[in-house]
Write a protein that binds this ligand. Structure first.
Ligand code: AMP
Length: 134
């Protein structure tokens, strides 16, 4: 089941990469709900969380924790949601399991309610800021 995320993993589509491990990749969301909105994606192309072998689910959680802390630190300890849209009725659009790390400041709109657009070069700056906190 090849998705656009498989193409990103294979380097066929560019992304603002935060980290890549043997089993996961994390990169900035292209249509962010907030600056620093990051996706953490297992390289194994499965649709749902329960399709991931337990060992890979644990690895995903470990990488997610590392990236989430970096995102938060990069934005001065900002709060965040970790969100999995697991299945179409839960809002999943890309059929390749992934978690959203979504920074939330006081008064931030609820998850996915609004989108921001990075200014020219800002996405790269945000990516560098997060990578510096890994
Ligand atoms: P979901 O609704 O949980 O499946 O979320 C899919 C997410 O993938 C959305 O937030 C999209 O903005 C994001 N997305 C789609 N294509 C790309 C891409 N090429 N690079 C980065 N993020 C993407």
């Amino acid at each position: 089941m090849a998705s656009i995320f498989t193409k990103i993993i294979q380097g066929e589509i560019p992304c603002e990469k935060i980290i890549e491990t043997d089993s996961e990749i994390a990169f900035l969301d292209i249509m962010p709900s907030a600056a620093g909105h990051t996706l953490v994606v297992p390289k194994l192309a499965v649709k749902r969380l329960e399709d991931l072998p337990a060992k890979q689910a644990m690895s995903l959680m470990s990488t997610m924790q590392r990236v989430a802390v970096a995102v938060s630190t990069a934005f001065n300890g900002i709060d965040y949601n970790l969100i999995l849209n697991n299945g179409i009725n839960a809002g999943q659009e890309i059929e390749h399991v992934h978690f959203h790390i979504l920074p939330r400041a006081k008064g931030s709109p609820g998850p996915f309610r609004e989108h921001i657009q990075y200014a020219e070069g800002e996405m790269q700056e945000v990516g560098a800021k997060i990578r510096n906190c890994l």
